[in-house]
Design a protein around this ligand. Structure first.
Ligand code: SAM
Length: 480
């Protein structure tokens, strides 16, 4: 297959972007902090729980003194949103504060009222925008990467193509449309979408133009096919549920940043975990654990992978055990079944300090403000992905991180935009150019000729890409 041929052909119809993402929103709606390179400081006051210096610190427990005891049937409580009541209930019945990770997980994925569960949160009408929603070229380029990996794998005739957290399904739809002329590739695919939200699952079903087969046998799941290229599609709650035994290509775009993080703060008695409690005034507040918590094991592990000089200057550290565990699962799967994984997200090539942020309707808000109505996300710790993968399987190699701009550039996005520009309306051309610069630009997009306040801010250097591949596959394209 010739990469240049693929990139230059007008394979798929041009998506009209302006209807999805009006320009005024472009400047403020993706999930990295647009104001500076620095990590977002958390303005919350952290109250220290009483600490008994005589107690040994080797046991794991939480000081339950001075806990808020909410009135059982107060009027105020009845007006509270379900999720707030639920979170307070956990804190009350647990008899102590909960970790930031537990708070984050409930806020995002609580099966009744989690942020992702009941609505479409993407785009101009939603809360934030992601690269696949910015331009069809993003999914197409990821498709080129996946096809090249498939070639490196020896063009197997059966491949599990897995996407973790597919959102609206836009990336996968653009990938399939872009690859539709490469029948040997598309005919090998079995698509597996790992998605916790029933609402988003329905949207993915719609956007991938899925048709459900007849249920011939009650014991056998009915087959769903994407009519875009005729590939079977199935949904799962976790990667572990995707059938193993076939070579696998895994895509995780803006999935890791939604995984729950634990936060630690340096105190005179050492590193203490930041926990979420309910204050006297019935509002959520941070407190510090008096003693080591179970997540301290992950902090210790993370610190072992860092240089002393890097840690010395940090007053806070975030760790994401779920990201480490997921990476181990990916590495073991790729190590045993062959294939590779592509992880693209905003984050750091170093220890993350204090990055947890909340976004509602394209604006940063307080983390505790009406939980479940705003997105929570945190910077991805790329070195921890690398170390977790290498530790989990000796059959895999980890490549990157490289910037999104390097990744898309090496796959030929500039040829693709030129090719699309040759056959479009002026409105589409405008939208294509804006989308292109938003994907590859650094800071404010260069050559912007519109009003200053509408200048798109590039995701090109703030988003990083890393690949975990089976060593048999060699070095994946764009990471050479
Ligand atoms: C930030 S969105 C990214 C969506 C998409 N990849 C994109 O770039 O537009 C995160 C996605 O992961 C899903 N998700 C978040 N946490 C999840 C979990 N624990 N298990 C499965 N899906 C999850 C969300 O429902 C959503 O589809």
């Amino acid at each position: 297959m010739q990469l240049s041929r693929l990139l230059l052909q007008p394979s798929s119809p041009l998506r009209v972007l302006s209807s999805k993402c009006p320009l005024p929103l472009l400047q403020k709606c993706s999930r990295f902090s647009s104001s500076s390179e620095s990590q977002i400081p958390n303005s919350h006051f952290v109250e220290r729980l009483e600490d008994n210096p005589d107690k040994p610190t080797s046991t794991i427990s939480i000081d339950r003194s001075g806990l808020y005891n909410p009135p059982e049937h107060s009027h105020e409580q009845n007006l509270e949103p379900e999720l707030v009541k639920h979170l307070k209930g956990i804190i009350k019945f647990r008899g102590g504060p909960i970790s930031v990770a537990e708070y984050m997980e409930e806020v995002l994925t609580n099966p009744k009222a989690g942020f992702y569960i009941n609505r479409d949160v993407f785009g101009a009408e939603g809360d934030f925008i992601t690269s696949p929603e910015v331009s069809q070229m993003f999914g197409e380029m990821v498709g080129v990467w996946a096809m090249c990996l498939w070639e490196q794998m020896g063009q197997p005739n059966r491949v599990n193509l897995v996407e973790l957290g597919p959102g609206r399904g836009t990336l996968m739809a653009d990938l399939l449309r872009g690859a539709s002329k490469f029948k040997n590739f598309t005919e090998s695919l079995h698509i597996h979408l790992v998605e916790c939200s029933p609402t988003l699952q329905k949207l993915q079903h719609h956007n991938l133009k899925c048709m459900d087969g007849d249920n011939i046998n009650e014991n056998v799941e009915k087959r769903t096919t994407s009519m875009l290229v005729g590939t079977p599609v199935s949904w799962h709650a976790a990667l572990e549920q995707v059938p193993s035994g076939a070579p696998t290509i895994i895509i995780a775009h803006e999935f890791y940043d939604a995984l729950p993080v634990h936060q630690f703060q340096r105190a005179t008695r050492g590193w203490c975990e930041k926990l979420v409690d309910v204050a006297e005034d019935s509002l959520f507040r941070f407190v510090l654990s008096p003693q080591p918590t179970p997540a301290t094991l992950f902090l210790m592990k993370r610190c072992k992978w860092a240089a002393a000089e890097e840690l010395e200057k940090l007053e806070q550290i975030e760790v994401c055990p779920k990201a480490m565990e997921l990476t181990r699962t990916i590495a073991k799967r790729v190590g045993s079944d062959g294939g590779g994984a592509l992880i693209i997200d905003y984050g750091l090539n170093g220890v993350v300090s204090d990055s947890l942020q909340a976004i509602r309707k394209h604006k940063f808000v307080d983390i505790f403000d009406n939980p479940g109505s705003a997105d929570l996300s945190a910077y991805v710790d790329f070195p921890s992905i690398k170390h977790s993968a290498e530790e989990a399987s000796e059959n895999v190699s980890v490549h990157g991180p490289i910037t999104q701009s390097q990744f898309l550039g090496s796959l030929g996005i500039n040829f693709r935009v030129e090719s699309l520009l040759q056959n479009c309306t002026e409105e589409q051309a405008e939208s294509l150019r804006t989308g292109y610069w938003r994907l590859v630009g650094e800071g404010e997009a260069p050559f912007w000729e519109g009003p200053d306040e509408q200048a798109p801010i590039g995701m090109g250097t703030r988003y990083l890409a890393v690949a975990i591949v089976n060593k048999k596959q060699g070095v994946p394209v764009s990471f050479q």
